[in-house]
Design a protein around this ligand. Structure first.
Ligand SMILES: Cc1cc2nc3c(=O)[nH]c(=O)nc-3n(C[C@H](O)[C@H](O)[C@H](O)COP(=O)(O)OP(=O)(O)OC[C@H]3O[C@@H](n4cnc5c(N)ncnc54)[C@H](O)[C@@H]3O)c2cc1C
Length: 415
């Protein structure tokens, strides 16, 4: 039986370990902290194939330059980051065009077509986690917003990935009675789901262990030894670990590790924030998106999470008060009373972001037995099972059931 080491125990690493373990592979997950404790913890947990689009979008360059002046804007680029990472930012902005956006949408949609089926399989296999299947509701303060968003969902409807319906002022209140008077209408997207991220990571971890996998916490990978095109072992503070294959799934830290392994993977952290309110006084009954403010709301069992925003400021876990306050303001504007509850926790997490907005899934350039599974940006929860399956197929030499060309980790090498 071959041995595989998965570097990083976020949702992507855990889903990869799960699919490998199910194929009878001896798998070890190594995490520098506690598995599931980084970006995969406090996010909104939407499983949303109908939002399969890359982050770089037409018009975002000009918009992000304007937003750069405001620390509480939906996308904030820290001036120090802009200087130190100008090359990455330039590549990101170059992808903010119609052609690349539509190419990315097509590629992501193809993969996400199987997202729900794979979540059903996790459940059927006994992975325990909280999941809700009652769709999403987008709320708008302007009629233009409704028109624009509905048109975007229709593009996904044509790809078979969304069932959107437009709701007027009364319709949206029939779905969610406690809305502020300013809310003009909504778009409801049926079939989308949400999971409580912490429960999904815990469920995957337990199932990996039940299948014989090993999970090691508090162990940081610091380097790799290779012989020709084969990686032979990873180095940790606790010693070296040999394996037949390796999967790099270290989220926002993957770029630095890739560099030390000898290849280029331009991943930058896109920081987001959330506030989890336990015992909320006024939670909506659906997952709700506050469109103009770019804030999402996820009701869970006994709790509600408000989250969103994107901050490019490098690797750090600082909680910037202005950004958390902006989330609170947005919630109060659409859903009065929704920020009150028995207790609350503020959180920040770093989404792994590539300059073209597509994840890197596949064999690492220059290696026969090192694979990459990262860069999922806003879609890591949605895509974790799909990615895990795709990587497990590659590692175990099965014919891939996905077209992984658009996600080739080698696309970033300088030619
Ligand atoms: C506010 C917010 C809301 C979001 N909402 C959604 C949503 O609704 N739906 C959705 O699909 N996605 C959502 N996302 C995105 C999603 O959270 C991420 O895409 C996903 O969690 C990334 O998972 P990951 O496993 O790649 O990374 P992580 O969860 O960050 O895991 C990487 C792991 O690698 C480990 N690691 C790093 N370096 C090393 C090393 N040297 N050695 C060993 N281990 C190492 C880390 O400790 C960490 O545990 C949201 C993100 C944010 C911030």
């Amino acid at each position: 039986m071959s041995r595989v080491v998965v570097i990083g125990g976020g949702v992507v690493g855990l889903a990869t370990a799960y699919h490998l373990a199910r194929r009878g592979t001896a798998v070890t997950v190594i995490d520098r902290g506690r598995p599931g404790d980084a970006c995969s913890k406090g996010n909104l947990g939407w499983i949303c194939p109908s939002l399969s689009h890359p982050v770089p979008a037409p018009g975002l360059t000009v918009q992000s330059l304007k937003w750069m002046l405001h620390r509480d804007s939906p996308l904030y680029i820290d001036p120090a980051f802009a200087l130190s990472s100008a090359g990455w930012l330039w590549r990101f902005w170059r992808h903010c065009n119609q052609h690349d956006y539509h190419h990315g949408m097509g590629a992501l949609s193809e993969l996400n077509r199987r997202a729900f089926a794979l979540y059903n399989e996790l459940r059927a296999d006994g992975v325990q986690f909280e999941m809700h299947e009652d769709g999403m509701l987008f709320l708008f303060l302007t009629d233009q917003g409704i028109e624009r968003s509905f048109a975007e969902f229709q593009a996904f409807a044509e790809l078979g990935l969304a069932v959107p319906s437009r709701l007027d002022r009364e319709g949206v209140r029939a779905a969610e009675p406690r809305l502020a008077p300013d809310v003009r209408g909504g778009v409801r997207v049926l079939h989308e789901r949400r999971v409580r991220p912490e429960t999904l990571c815990a469920g995957l971890l337990a199932r990996v262990q039940a299948l014989g996998g090993e999970v090691r916490s508090g162990v940081s990978i610091t380097g790799m030894t290779r012989r020709g095109t084969r990686a032979t072992m990873v180095e940790t503070a606790e010693g070296r670990l040999e394996a037949d294959a390796f999967v790099l799934a270290a989220g926002s830290w993957s770029g630095h590790l890739a560099k030390s392994f000898g290849f280029s993977l331009p991943i930058q952290p896109g920081k987001g924030y959330s506030i989890t309110i336990t015992g909320p006084e006024a939670a909506p009954s659906h997952a709700v998106y506050l469109y103009e403010m770019r804030v999402g709301v996820s009701p869970f069992n006994g709790a509600m999470r408000l989250g969103g925003t994107m901050e490019l400021s490098g690797l750090n876990d600082r909680i910037v008060p202005e950004r958390v306050a902006a989330i609170r303001r947005a919630a109060a504007r659409y859903l009065p009373g929704s920020t009150r509850g028995a207790a609350e926790v503020e959180w920040t997490g770093m989404r792994p972001l590539t300059p073209d907005g597509l994840p890197a899934i596949g064999r690492a350039p220059g290696f026969d037995n090192l694979y990459v599974a990262t860069g999922h940006a806003m879609l890591g929860m949605t895509m974790a099972p799909v990615t895990g399956l795709a990587v497990a197929e590659l590692v175990t030499g099965q014919t891939s059931s996905f077209d992984l060309k658009p996600f080739d980790p080698g696309r970033f090498q300088r030619r």
